[in-house]
Design a binder for this molecule. Structure first.
Ligand SMILES: [Fe+2]
Length: 185
């Protein structure tokens, strides 16, 4: 028996709405909740991907990468947490389980077994870029709907995520330590 079958008292599902205490019109709030829930889901997919890369990173830059990826997954988790709490403020319910997050997210899960360092970092950059594009769309949506609180929240995290994406690009530049060492052999 699944947990859902054991729990018949389903009160409110993701993207279903109740009123909110901040005087935002419910229809507009629902559009923002859908957008933020898609972000929450995608951020958690990225979080899991980062965790894996933190676990399996190896080579001459192991320590730097291991620590950098920990910084990134910690920041992404805080970002997802802030967005999920905004969903609640707006009168919605955040997507929380991994199955629902894969359904609501707009980024793909990295297949198991990918362990090549450059490929993993490229995948991290790609997912970050996909999320950045959506965040800019969601800033516009929030502004159009007069939800300046969500606009401000997304903008703050957009800037931080842009910087993390730039960090990853730097790690993939040529003249990395492993290339220099292999050229000396
Ligand atoms: Fe760790």
């Amino acid at each position: 028996m699944t947990q859902a079958e054991q729990t018949p008292n389903v009160r409110q599902k993701p993207n279903e709405m109740v009123g909110n205490p901040i005087e935002l019109q419910r229809e507009g709030a629902q559009q923002i909740v859908q957008a933020l829930n898609a972000d929450v889901a995608s951020l958690f997919i990225l979080f899991h991907q980062y965790q894996k890369h933190h676990w399996v990173a190896e080579g001459p830059q192991f320590r730097d990468l291991h620590l950098l990826l920990e910084e990134h997954y910690t920041a992404v988790h805080q970002q997802a947490d802030a967005f999920a709490e905004r969903v609640v403020t707006l009168g919605g319910v955040p997507v929380s389980g991994p199955t629902a997050q894969l359904q609501h997210g707009y980024v793909a899960e990295e297949p198991e077994g990918i362990l090549d360092l450059r490929q993993m970092l490229s995948n991290d950059i790609k997912v970050n870029q996909q999320i950045l594009v959506k965040l800019r769309e969601h800033i516009q949506l929030a502004r159009q709907l007069g939800d300046y609180g969500s606009e401000t929240l997304i903008k703050r995290h957009l800037r931080e995520q842009e910087m993390r994406t730039q960090d990853l690009m730097h790690m993939l530049e040529h003249e990395t330590l492993d290339e220099i060492l292999s050229n000396q052999q």
